[in-house]
Design a protein around this ligand. Sequence first.
Ligand code: CO
Length: 213
Amino acid sequence: MKQFEEIFRDNASWVAAKLAHDPQYFDKLSRGQSPEILYIGCADSRVTAEDLMGAEPGEIFVHRNVANLVVATDNNINAVVQYAVEQLAVKHIVICGHYECGGVKASMQQSDLGQLNSWLQSIRDVYRIHRGELDAIHEHRERFDRLVELNVLEQCLNIVKIDHVQRAWYRTGFPQIHGWVFDVRTGRLIDLELKIEDEFESIRKIYDLGPID
Ligand code: CO
């Protein structure tokens, strides 16, 4: 592990490199942000949002939690989504899962993990919704990988259940919702090419919050 002195030394080098390239870099950065993407990913230390996308500061609005979940009663995610959609007017919301996700793995086991139990229950619910497909996969890693992907799909749908998102959708047609998986085994980012608008159509009767003023 890096020593803390090293972290601050590396920060100083990073500042110097940025300023060497553009002396106004931090002046510009301090004027505000207008990212077009809200990225919701896992807190896993191997899945570094900006790095894996080659993104610079100011480009992506990021939220991370264990297993990239969008939970209706989570005040944190609701505030993030509202701010991103209403204030930043992001054009895209990305849910990015990843293979070898510890949270998803734990949800496939009978283990009592304390505070994590209620959090990971959402993923057990994803398993229940897609039980037929998942139980039919006999190879464990394949089933684990598929649950990671289906968890991304269900979290994308959870995004559309949020009133702020529905309001923005009806008014502007944005944000578009994207489901991705980061493959830690290869470093590749995979677009699951989910058609969330179509997926939502099939459950609209249940989750549509009605005419928006
Ligand atoms: Co994870």
